[in-house]
Design a protein around this ligand. Structure first.
Ligand code: AMP
Length: 192
């Protein structure tokens, strides 16, 4: 049975990266979400890949919900044309809200912010606090070394293979979304 996916939370760089492929793929994913009638949830700013994916979804008549913390909103970097913009008190409140209202999560290339966000949802899934598909949009093999670290964690018995297998990885946006819809949760305890 397929999962009903109405909202996907995107974690991605507030920078553009140094290769046009990052923008192109952020645009492609934003467009696909709009065409699939999936609401995009994200950090609410107009910077870097964040702005690119929001603009692409909106241009293609998609819905976009931004959730931004007060201290960033006051810097004037929030996106001004979103379907909805929520202002949260803190970064943590913002992340909790993003996790709460989303049916699945996808990370695109990014920096510490992106890695913090995707790793948090993986950890919550592993503990069974949430059971929602998590994917990496592996543009240009960006996440290959992060995936190697997962293998090391499994080999050294800090992470269960079943949990690392739950992470969906694809470099093609269409097949990534298809895998997210077909995702099956694995219920297994965290500890060895
Ligand atoms: P980074 O990967 O370090 O560029 O951080 C990007 C991620 O952190 C995004 O997915 C956002 O949710 C969050 N973030 C970073 N910068 C901002 C910003 N200016 N406004 C809102 N969220 C941000």
């Amino acid at each position: 049975m397929k999962n009903t996916i109405k909202t996907i939370c995107i974690f991605c760089g507030s920078s553009f990266g140094n290769d046009a492929i990052y923008r192109e793929k952020a645009e492609a994913l934003g467009k696909l979400l709009a065409l699939e009638n999936i609401t995009l949830v994200y950090g609410g700013s107009n910077l870097g890949l964040m702005g690119v994916i929001a603009d692409s979804a909106l241009t293609n008549n998609g819905k976009v919900i931004g959730i931004i913390p007060e201290h960033l909103e006051s810097k004037g970097i929030s996106h001004k044309r979103l379907t909805n913009l929520h202002i949260a008190k803190t970064m943590n409140e913002r992340k909790a809200m993003m996790i709460d209202i989303s049916d699945a999560f996808i990370a695109l290339p990014g920096g510490y912010g992106t890695m913090d966000e995707i790793t948090e949802v993986l950890s919550l899934n592993q503990l069974g606090i949430i059971n929602k598909p998590c994917g990496l949009f592996n543009v240009k093999g960006f996440f290959n070394d992060y995936l190697k670290l997962h293998d090391i964690m499994v080999k050294e018995k800090f992470l269960r293979k079943e949990h690392s297998n739950m992470l969906i990885v694809d470099e093609d946006e269409k097949s990534l979304i298809k895998k997210i819809k077909n995702y099956k949760n694995v219920e297994i305890g965290k500890w060895f």
